[in-house]
Design a protein around this ligand. Sequence first.
Ligand SMILES: Nc1ncnc2c1ncn2[C@@H]1O[C@H](COP(=O)(O)OP(=O)(O)OP(=O)(O)O)[C@@H](O)[C@H]1O
Ligand SMILES: [Mg+2]
Length: 564
Amino acid sequence: MTDVPARPPTAPSPRPAAVAAPPAAGGPPARPAAAPGEARPAPLVPGSVVQEIDILVRAKYPVLYMVTHEEERAERIIAEVARRQNKRCYSWSLTRGLLESGTDLQMKKKVSEATTDPYEAMNAVIDNVENAIFIFKDLHPFLKQDIRIVRRLRELAGFLRDSPRTLFLVAPSLTIPCELEKEITVIEFGFPTPGEISQKIDEMIELVKGNPKVRINLGQADRERLIKACSGLTLREVENVLSKTLIAQLKLDGEDFRAILQEKEQIIRKSGILEFYAATEAFKSVGGLENLKEWLSKRAQAFSEKARAFGCTPPKGIMLLGVQGCGKSLVAKAVSSLWNVPLLRLDMGRIFSGLVGSSEENVRRAIRTAESVAPAILWVDEVEKAFAGVQSSGASDGGVTSRVFGTFLTWLQEKTTPVFVIATSNKIRDLPPELFRKGRFDDIFFVDLPLPAERKDIFAIHLTKKKRDPQTFDLDLLADRSEGYSGAEIEEAISSAIYEAFALDKDLSTELIAKALAETFPLSKTMKEEIEDLRKWASERARPASAFQPSQEAFKTHRALEIG
Ligand SMILES: Nc1ncnc2c1ncn2[C@@H]1O[C@H](COP(=O)(O)OP(=O)(O)OP(=O)(O)O)[C@@H](O)[C@H]1O
Ligand SMILES: [Mg+2]
């Protein structure tokens, strides 16, 4: 393999002035790896993105696609690889055309009018016979709609193959038309590494070093804490949040990680797919469901260093299936306060909505964001809504649902970061069976209508929330009168009884709640068949979330009979 141009220069096509003409002898310009006196580049970190790109470029992959919002960082890394390999580096944008890549201000002002058109820019790459890397920044919108560009890129890939030249597409979302699937290799461009973040912190400290008003107090442990808090932010975001802290507080120390976590909340909100949930539900506000609560309580320290050292594998996740209004979503919210880790709700509707990027890219982004704030809980509420159409996806939506599902499943199976998934659903028949295979979730729990003791518990919880003393109510009677009622319906009965009491100018009483219960028509009556169906399915595949005691066997039968 010799590094000679794959294609001799052709005369007719006018070469844009900005792109350096090929050397007369046909060989690439000799650029020493390190000029005399210049430091030799540091060895590549194994497994780093720089190393991955370095290998792909050496292996002559013609077109590499980097999915990232961090254009500047991507360009810097690609330029670094080019430098290591003695290659020139060019960058193309729709506004500035094809120009030698560079970050100084004069360079940034230059424009190459002749190559602002993407087709012309690709021609210029074909005509260029240097040992070079080309970064194309704005090509992705054209790949969606302009078949001329798609065709030219395919031809260009042909020219680049076996040549010492590589084309990089850098874009915030992945757009590859099927014609180009075999020509393009996608590079997952992760968030900045701890080393890069540390370097950015140094740069920021350097900027304020001379200012006597600013106090920098960053020991090794503080710095590590800060770096960890910054993981998952882009370098620009790290810069922004550090600048903000420095300007507002005139200091930088270990405590600033709080400001960074707040900034992260903002970023998660902006992503539009994940929702940050403040831990507002206390774990003790979940009534009954003792089995499930015990399982979760046992793992409260699961993500601690101590647990890891002891040999506990971090839990992967659970699936909560069951009857509507019986506390599945409530449990998801309450675990966050029990475990003291952030809760992120994944909005599957938005993943598929087409409002924010492509569905496949959205799910990848959601996963990456969740991992960046790990340890965290990722709550996928009403999972059936997202994946109901998996089986027919090929015919109905060109396979989008099934690809998103595939990405999600693979991640569930293989994830190593401490992101605990809680998936909830009340419609198991709509769920693809693959979701229940071994290795995806640690356990599947079935959340049924509450048993009498659980109903007492739920009454007590909601009465306390309404600032009433549960002991002044006949909880046994209320539990008896609420056979077949869900937790949500019990809560609702208390709420309407309070209105009634307020209207009558009385205080809330057992009688008023019993009256409200009698006036409610519980879902378990209208949805008898669905609930029986759920129970039948769950009896073979899921664990009961409620603690099952032999003495409650009678209630089980009783409950089934009463529902009718
Ligand atoms: N076991 C319970 N203990 C205390 N409150 C409960 C319980 N179950 C339900 N509730 C009350 O009912 C509300 C609604 O319950 P939740 O949203 O958790 O139901 P769900 O099982 O997620 O229902 P769906 O299947 O419709 O999503 C809760 O916010 C809570 O106030
Ligand atoms: Mg719910």
